[in-house]
Design a protein around this ligand. Structure first.
Ligand code: ZN
Ligand code: ZN
Ligand code: ZN
Ligand code: ZN
Length: 266
């Protein structure tokens, strides 16, 4: 007879996941999550059909809680190639940011490009090149002259290849008429912990000596951009301020550069 694995022993007979405290038992002693039987009509043990009790299994609860802090679990996208081993605590956060998750077109999400593309990380850049060539105009080091209209709301997203696809970033720009603000920010397509290793320098300039310069950390594409804009952890310029830099054609000169912060890189 084979010995059941620790995973099998900790598996709840109802949800088939690792049991989560509070854990209760049947009269005979089989354990299951209390949350699995509250809310549904189960009154007998799914294993032996004897009566369920309110008796907790404290030792098993402690054992599972202790194990989950040290046990490393595979990312749900392991089968696609993700190499991350995670504790139960970190698993969910990681899987929301994991490069192997399903992606939706960011042009649709951020800039209303009306595109229903869904796909893999590896296909994002190609998708932009094929379907949104106007959104692939920028590089990680860019000098731009852009017509700015302060009378209407505007959003732009550009995909940026960093050192030949070593990483990919989104350039996000918004003109918000209600707030009378213009925003720019750069997001790494990847984990929040990786995004912290990148920053950008952004400079608005005109032909005089005046310059407006911001240095800021990149965030992950999974960090809500509206929050970043609202907190102004980005380039945020008031319309009053921006007017000082517009030329007679209503154009703005700016340049930016995305950089890796080697000191904190691991
Ligand atoms: Zn359960
Ligand atoms: Zn039982
Ligand atoms: Zn993963
Ligand atoms: Zn698209």
């Amino acid at each position: 007879m084979s010995v059941p694995s620790p995973e099998d022993i900790m598996k709840c007979p109802i949800c088939l996941e690792t049991m989560q405290p509070p854990i209760i038992q049947c009269k005979v002693g089989h354990s299951m999550c209390k949350s699995c039987i509250t809310g549904c009509r189960i009154s007998n043990c799914p294993t032996c059909r004897s009566q369920l009790t309110e008796t907790r299994n404290y030792q098993l609860e402690q054992l599972i809680e202790g194990l989950q802090k040290v046990l490393k679990l595979q990312c749900v996208y392991y089968y696609k190639g993700c190499k991350y081993d995670l504790t139960q605590q970190d698993k969910q956060t990681h899987e929301m940011e994991c490069k192997y998750r399903k992606f939706h077109c960011e042009g649709n999400k951020f800039a209303n490009l009306n595109c229903d593309w869904k796909g893999e990380f590896a296909g994002i850049y190609k998708h932009f090149k094929d379907s949104h060539p106007n959104n692939t105009r920028m590089e990680y080091k860019t000098d731009a002259t852009m017509k700015i209209s302060l009378n209407r709301d505007f959003k732009d997203v550009q995909i940026i290849s960093f050192f030949n696809g070593q990483q990919y970033f989104y350039y996000k720009h918004q003109i918000d008429v209600t707030k009378q603000k213009a925003y720019w920010h750069f997001q790494l397509i990847g984990l929040k912990s990786q995004a912290e290793n990148y920053y950008y320098e952004f400079e608005i300039h005109n032909n005089s000596l005046r310059k407006f310069k911001v240095t800021e950390f990149c965030t992950s594409d999974t960090t809500d951009i509206n929050t970043t804009f609202a907190q102004e952890k980005c380039v945020a310029v008031s319309f009053t301020g921006i007017k000082n830099y517009l030329n007679e054609f209503g154009e703005l000169h700016f340049k930016f550069r995305i950089m890796a912060n080697k000191k904190t890189r691991h």
